[in-house]
Ligand binder design. Structure first.
Ligand code: NAP
Length: 253
């Protein structure tokens, strides 16, 4: 892989949520432009080889630094190295951003209800979108649904409140809905496709999914994305193609 496509950036902070979940921030070069929801390609040198992985940006496009949210993949060449990251370390950042999970892709129906459904580190692109005043102005109802295995994995909960306080400007119809699949006492503990099929998610969200009003974005575990897509289609929602339709998705690995 040609190093010319990359700039070298410095790690500014590292936050560890659990043994296998962490976030980090790094310097942002002036040339690195992105839309909320896009991903960056980050590289580390493993021996002589540059190993690169895609990471959705947590930060807003207006921030001066870049933040990312990562899981440690057991025996993964990349994250096994990345987990030892320290302030001052150097990372490679590809100069351009990628991805189509952006709100600009929705033309029809017009923005009204926005559902952001994430599992695990798939939360990242949604945090970026919610740090944009425009998102809050465009949508009357916003639901952020975050499915994790255990409550310890519910990262960013305080930040979600901070983001709401900073960006929502009095928006009165937002709900953050955690789903904790391995804790039977949690209010919602079944997988997203089940909660969609049995109507439980809509009940807790106090909002119906409707082909004429809903925009729904999925990001995270590829099997979740696949299964949830089918559950949404069974409710009459359609995949977004060339700007039209309700559902847009990003697989996370
Ligand atoms: P995960 O297995 O993705 O689980 C997170 C949430 O997604 C849980 O609530 C889980 O429910 C739910 N889920 C899983 N499969 C689903 C499906 N088919 N439909 C609906 N919901 C589903 O856990 P994770 O800790 O975020 O990631 C797990 C593994 O994914 C990691 O250990 C790693 O190997 C891999 N991973 C790889 C990369 C990469 O870049 N290569 C990145 C992230 C993750 P349940 O509790 O019911 O399973």
């Amino acid at each position: 892989m040609s190093l010319e496509k990359f700039s070298q950036e410095t790690v500014l902070s590292v936050h560890r949520w659990t043994n296998n979940l962490f976030s980090f921030t790094m310097t942002r070069p002036a040339h690195f432009k992105f839309s909320a929801g896009q991903f960056a390609r980050i590289g580390i040198m493993v021996g002589e080889e540059l190993v690169v992985r895609a990471y959705s940006v947590v930060s807003s496009p207006f921030d001066e630094t870049l933040e990312f949210f990562s899981i440690v993949v057991p025996d993964g060449a990349f994250t096994s190295n990345l987990q030892h990251l320290q302030v001052g370390d150097q990372l490679y950042l590809e100069k351009v951003a990628y991805g189509y999970l952006t709100l600009a892709r929705y033309q029809k129906p017009l923005p009204q209800d926005l559902w952001l459904l994430a599992t695990g580190t798939g939360l990242a692109p949604f945090l970026s979108m919610l740090q944009d005043f425009e998102t809050w102005k465009s949508y009357q109802q916003i639901r952020l649904v975050y499915s994790v295995r255990t409550s310890a994995e519910l990262a960013y909960v305080d930040r979600i409140q901070d983001i709401y306080d900073t960006f929502a400007e009095g928006h009165s119809d937002f709900k953050f809905i955690p789903v904790i699949t391995r804790e039977p006492d949690a209010q919602l503990h079944e997988r997203l496709p089940v909660l969609i099929a049995n109507g439980e998610l809509e009940r807790v969200a106090e909002l119906k999914m409707d082909v004429n009003t809903t925009h729904v974005m999925l990001c995270g575990n590829p099997e979740m994305v696949e299964d949830t897509k089918e559950a949404l289609k069974a409710k009459g929602l359609i995949m977004n193609r060339r700007g039209e339709g309700n559902i847009s998705v990003e697989n996370y690995w």
